[in-house]
Design a protein around this ligand. Sequence first.
Ligand code: MG
Length: 445
Amino acid sequence: MTLMMSVSGVRGIIGETMTPELAAGIGAAYGTFLGGGTVVLGMDSRPSGEMVESAVKSGLLAAGCHVVELGIVTTPGTALMVTQRRARGGIVVTASHNPIEWNGIKLLTSQGRAPSANTAEEVFSLYRDQRARYQGVDRIGRLERDLSTNDQHVAAVLRVVDAAAIRRRQLRVVLDSVNGAGGASGRMLLEYLGCKVTHVHAEPTGQFTHPPEPTAENLKGLCEIVSKQGADIGFAQDPDADRLAIVDNTGRYIGEEYTLALAAKFVLGKTPGAAAANLSTSRIIDDIARAAGSGCIVHRTAVGEANVADAIAAHRCVIGGEGNGGVIDPRVVMVRDSLASMGLVLNLLAEDWRPLSAIVDELPRYVMVKVKYEMDRKQIDTWLQRIRLDPHGGKTNDSDGLRIDWPDGWVHVRPSNTEPIARVIAEGPDEESARTLVKRVADLR
Ligand code: MG
């Protein structure tokens, strides 16, 4: 199964499933769905980017859209341009953190958000049933280039942080852009903020120097550089620069859950309010919200970026995101954004003056255990029903599978959107207690 069509877009392998026919078809389907109008189009730095982007562009033009080409830009940058250009939608050609063989097509709505599952499905069904409408010569789309994305994105982040305070701190930062699309704007932001930047894997070649998912095992090199240089912080972006992982001043990879935790600590400390996170995100954010004051409620959502963005809009949250290093600051854009994340975390450092390691050590520490079981949808539903009948006194939330919260930890069981598997995530104060929670639900299968 090398073609994936899900709420996070289409992903396939170059030379196999990610073909020009598919890309043009999806472009035309989305253009038809939008009924023409302006569509902004960005791409990450993969070598296959031009091939896929050209085909998507062709499909959009054929459906009568006015296409604004942004060139190599980030996903959050593209989302920002959707709103800046008052476009009807946006498309990013990216396979996010997948390896170089892959490329993909991500859709963005007129609000610069990830589409809902229903919208995505409607577009895919237009494609599958070949119902996209090609316009005649009088209504065919035209092309325009706009190279201002990075400048506008950096300016948008600078509006929400205290740049003067960060500049005074003269932070030493190592940035690993994994040869993706985020290097240019990431560096620009850090330099505006007066940071001394060591930029590694900076060139947007798409020849990823290490596997591009910003996980601990892939960022050993970054950890080494940070500790060798005695830097204050290390940042790692994924290829489309929506996710951000952090290395502290001791060269320790602190875990992607802490990106949202630190950003939320800063934002809620300044402007107490509501926050949003999906059900699989660590409880640290609840602890941070509780410490920030009584009005700071965390709204939990089903897994999927669109659900988090919906909750942010519905509850007027001041911050939101996912535990995979994906932070959404609604003042900047309504998608996960590594630039906003960097700005917020640097602002926290600038105001705290302690080293990052001290700030992180003060936050609660939990251990998460993730397990998956091969099961079909029917088996998963029966299993969930059994767990629901016996939640061991926990508080249940069934907006996406089932999450049960106890005073000492939680477990979340949900069917995967793409594969016949059940995902189980448990979190507790240590590994043993997290495994006990997994076992508590696994025994009911
Ligand atoms: Mg990504």
